[in-house]
Design a protein. Structure first.
Length: 101
């Protein structure tokens, strides 16, 4: 998560959405959300995705940029392509709860 957050912070396509974020909370929520989505033991206690993103005017291009930033972090730590595809497939359904609200 740390590398993904660094990538997002440097990404001019989307970093404005995170400019005032509590980075520690963001890190925990992202990690917990991915942990839960992949069948881990974590508990996600953050807001639901619609509530968290309503009014932010997030578009598909912004969602795709975040996925690319995540992919760059996974590549940096040599996560195999198959596992990357599986993770993206698990997270892809979140698009509908994040984009356009």
């Amino acid at each position: 998560m740390d590398q993904t957050i660094k990538n997002v912070a440097a990404d001019q396509r989307i970093n404005r959405f995170f400019a005032h974020a509590d980075v520690g909370r963001l890190r925990r929520n992202l990690a917990d959300q991915i942990c839960v989505a992949t069948g881990g033991w974590c508990v996600y206690t953050g807001r639901d995705m619609v509530s968290a993103h309503t009014g932010m005017h997030i578009r598909n291009r912004h969602f795709n940029a975040l996925v690319q930033d995540l992919g760059m972090a996974l590549n940096k730590f040599m996560v195999p392509a198959q596992e990357q595809k599986e993770l993206i497939a698990i997270l892809a359904p979140l698009r509908g709860s994040i984009v356009g609200h």
